[in-house]
Design a protein around this ligand. Structure first.
Ligand code: GTP
Ligand code: MG
Ligand code: ZN
Length: 289
C-alpha cells in the first residue's frame, strides 16, 4: 500500500510524515531514495509504505518546488517575518533583509510585530507599522500575553507552507503555542543580556486549517539564490516611482537622484535606505557583483 504525505519533522535524521488522512508515521528512507534525493527536508512531499504500527518506509521524494538553504524547509510558500520592537531589541536592517530576500526568492512575506505589550513606546510601534503598511506589506501586531491581534492574524486564509522567522526570543514558539495549545512546543526565556536562548531546535510543521506552519530556531536571514546587487533596489518597493535622472541610478550619490531627494524631504524612511546600503555593500563583498 503506497500513501502520500508530507514530512512534518526531522528529529535525529528520522522523518515523521503525515499522510493526507492525517496519520503520522515515523519513517526510514530507503537507501536508493537517499542516494537519489539527497537530504530529505521538512516540507517534502513523499510516498511511503507502512511497515508495522506507525512506522513506514519512504519510497519516493516528489520533486521540490522551491528550496532555500535557510530555513531548511522545502516547498515554502511564505514566511512570517517576526519582529519585536523591544526585548529583544528589533533590528530593522535584518527585517528589511528578510523582506528583500523573500521577494528575490519569490515567496510571500508578512510582517508580524510580536510582544506588542513589551514595546517601550506605542508611538514608535505605530510609526513602524505605518511605514511598512505604506510600502504595501501586510503587518500584524500581536501579543500572546494580552492576546492582541492573534486571532485576526490566524484566521486569515492562507495555503501552503509558512514559516515563522525572526531573532531568537521574539516569541515565535509562543505564538505557535497560543495558536495550538495542545502541540508540544518549546518556549524559552531571555538571557540576562536580553537575547533569546535558541530554545527551538527542530523545524516542525503543524497544520492550521488549510495551511502548514513551521517554527524555526531563531533564523534571522534567508539564504537565497545569488542575484546581482542591482536587483536589490527593485525590492525597496516604495522607490518604484522615484524618477531619478539616470534610469540605472543606484541611489548612492548620483546627481538628480529622486531617492536621495525623497530622503531629504522625508518622503522615504532613512532606516530603509540604511538597510539598502548595508545590504548592497554586504552583497558586493560576498558575491562581488
Ligand atoms: N510579554 C510577552 N512576552 C512574550 C510574548 N511572546 C513571547 N514572550 C516571551 O518571550 C520569551 C521568548 O519566547 P519564545 O517563544 O521562546 O521565542 P522564540 O522566538 O521561539 O525563540 P527561539 O526558539 O530561541 O528562536 C519567552 O519568555 C516568552 O514567554 C508576548 O507577547 N509578550
Ligand atoms: Mg522558539
Ligand atoms: Zn536614484
Amino acid at each position: 500500500m503506497t500513501l502520500r504525505g508530507i514530512v512534518t519533522l526531522l528529529e535525529a535524521n528520522r522523518p515523521t510524515v503525515m499522510t493526507e488522512s492525517g496519520t503520522e508515521y515515523l519513517c526510514y528512507l530507503r537507501g536508493k531514495v537517499r542516494r537519489v534525493s539527497g537530504r530529505i527536508l521538512v516540507g517534502d512531499q513523499v510516498e511511503l509504505e507502512p511497515t508495522e504500527g506507525r512506522e513506514a518506509i519512504i519510497t519516493r521524494v516528489l520533486p521540490r518546488q522551491l528550496q532555500l538553504e535557510r530555513p531548511p524547509v522545502a516547498n515554502l510558500t511564505g514566511i512570517f517575518a517576526c519582529f519585536s520592537l523591544n526585548h529583544p531589541t528589533g533590528n530593522l536592517e535584518l527585517l528589511d533583509k528578510r523582506l528583500v530576500l523573500a521577494a528575490l526568492s519569490g515567496i510571500a512575506v508578512e510582517i508580524v510585530v510580536t510582544k506588542s505589550d513589551m514595546a517601550d513606546s506605542v508611538k514608535e510601534l505605530d510609526e513602524m507599522v505605518q511605514l511598512y503598511r505604506s510600502i504595501g506589506y501586510r503587518v500584524w501586531v500581536v501579543s500572546v500575553r494580552t492576546g492582541q491581534g492573534v486571532e485576526p492574524w490566524l484566521s486569515t486564509e492562507r495555503e501552503g507552507i509558512w514559516v515563522l522567522t525572526g531573532e531568537s526570543g521574539v516569541g515565535k514558539s509562543s505564538l505557535l503555542h497560543a495558536v495550538l495549545p495542545h502541540a508540544v512546543i518549546e518556549t524559552g526565556g531571555l538571557s540576562k543580556i536580553d537575547r533569546g536562548q535558541q530554545t527551538t531546535r527542530w523545524v516542525r510543521l503543524l497544520k492550521i486549517r488549510e495551511f502548514w506552519l513551521a517554527d524555526t530556531p531563531g533564523y534571522t536571514a534567508l539564504e537565497t539564490v545569488v542575484t546581482r546587487a542591482e536587483d536589490i533596489k527593485s525590492k525597496f518597493f516604495e522607490w518604484d516611482d522615484a524618477r531619478c535622472r539616470f534610469p540605472n541610478c543606484v541611489h548612492r550619490g548620483e546627481p538628480g537622484c529622486a531617492v536621495q531627494q525623497g530622503l531629504m524631504d522625508g518622503t522615504y524612511a532613512s532606516s530603509r535606505y540604511r538597510s539598502y546600503c548595508l545590504m548592497v555593500d554586504q552583497w558586493v563583498k560576498r558575491w562581488g557583483v
